[in-house]
Design a protein around this ligand. Sequence first.
Ligand code: SF4
Length: 200
Amino acid sequence: MTITYPVKNGIYVNMTNKCPCNCTFCIRHNGPGAYGSDSLWLEREPSVDEVCESLKQWDLDKKDEIVFCGYGEPTERLDDLLLVAAWIKENYSIPVRINTNGLSDLINGRDTAPELNGLIDAVSISLNANDPAAYLKITQSKFGMGSWQAMINFARNCTAYVPKVTITVVDQVTTPEEQEEAKRICESIGARLRIRPLIS
Ligand code: SF4
């Protein structure tokens, strides 16, 4: 099973296939692999030690970043993710990013942004839509109508603890008007907006 895999000059970490959403555009609907990896469906969730061992196979001093991403929502395993991040910080100087749907607080039942302090250098959060109803239609989040606001709150809270907080929208599924509104939302919470292609 694929625990870590290269994307451009970064190493991506695939710790879980769990996710509280079922986004209409999710790349998991397209097949078992992405980014050239064989399969990102895990036979089982790897342990923290297994993730660290998998990371050791790469020459991390020559890589640009490590990204917790994969075929699932990384904050479904936030405690283990932070153990891996702490191990990375102890052994390397490479930046660490989380690509997330921003629902960590709902998943973990607590305010999680402070826990990222000193361990995570960048968080990239999918906005998906500019209001709760549109968000729920696209993401089909199991947490229901409160999901959008929880995601926005998490993004805002992250700006106090994480040096780089980016909110992303997918170019192909948003109009220019929606992207303008997304920019306004980002400015209001102190995050940067990135319009990204479907797979990036
Ligand atoms: S949050 Fe990410 S992994 Fe989960 S369904 Fe949406 S696109 Fe897929």
